[in-house]
Design a protein around this ligand. Structure first.
Ligand SMILES: [Zn+2]
Length: 266
């Protein structure tokens, strides 16, 4: 179990009633939260030796972690140093503060540049870490409205630089990553129909996992970025099998992912 699995259990234990998610009658895998027949845990990338210097900290809004569609867990499947906490406006969380105050990390808040005030340092192309430090990407995980609220009302994050990416470049990168090497199996999914797990706006048209892939790219970890995109595709396709009449996911998702895994960790 990784941090998001643990947070899921913890948040569930706080609920007095069962969380009513979409398709609540479906029997789900307790880890990937997909309907049991579509579980992807067996092919999770955790079993491979992922090489990374990045860490992620997911600040999750209230019931976000309970939503089967949440993709924060996919980051934790790939990146060993992934932390996950419930966000609170009023209560300090000592465990969260211990992580962001740990000297080994260079914490960065991943959020659209236009929300930065003038003095704030924003990395928009690549992330430059001070010597001896590792980037800790802080993701505000919730709906767009919730993410904006977390951004505004978390004063302990204000002192950290931000990471922001250009949406157009990112869409190109994502589309490129769904194609197989010889281009014979182009993703059948169009740019606008790809982001169907959760419909949101602007930079938030990307799921949390896809945003994480973009910042891994900016950190120079293109293989991990690619892996996370493909892993998201697998999740997206399997998720839609459980909820949609018409699956807009990538039918080649599992094949693409597995052939990339085999090539990378051969
Ligand atoms: Zn599973």
């Amino acid at each position: 179990m990784h941090a998001v699995h643990q947070l899921h259990q913890y948040r569930k234990s706080l609920s007095t009633t069962t969380y009513k998610s979409r398709g609540q009658r479906v029997i789900r895998c307790q880890l990937c939260q997909l309907a049991k027949p579509f579980c992807i845990c067996e092919i999770s990338p955790l079993k491979e030796n992922v090489e990374t210097t990045a860490g992620f900290l997911l600040l999750m809004y209230d019931t976000e972690v309970l939503k089967p569609s949440n993709t924060g867990k996919l980051i934790a499947d790939l990146i060993p140093d992934t932390f996950a906490f419930l966000w609170s406006r009023t209560q300090e969380n000592p465990d969260l503060l211990a992580v962001i105050n740990d000297e080994k990390w260079f914490p960065l808040v991943v959020f659209p540049q236009e929300y930065a005030d003038d003095e704030r340092k924003v990395f928009t192309n690549n992330v430059i870490c001070p010597e001896g430090k590792r980037p800790l990407f802080i993701m505000l995980d919730g709906s767009w409205r919730e993410a904006k609220k977390m951004f505004r009302k978390s004063p302990y994050l204000d002192r950290f630089p931000m990471v922001s990416f250009d949406v157009k470049t990112a869409i190109q990168a994502v589309s490129g990553n769904c194609q197989s090497e010889n281009n014979s199996q182009l993703s059948p999914v169009g740019q606008d129909s790809r982001y169907t797990v959760r419909k949101t706006e602007l930079e938030h048209q990307f799921s949390t996992a896809e945003v994480a892939a973009r910042v891994l790219d900016m950190h120079g970890e293109t293989t991990n970025a690619h892996m996370l995109d493909l892993w998201f595709d697998v999740f997206n396709f399997q998720y839609q099998k459980g909820v949609c009449q018409r699956n807009k996911g990538n039918v080649n998702a599992i094949e693409n992912y597995q052939s990339f895994l085999a090539k990378t960790y051969r």
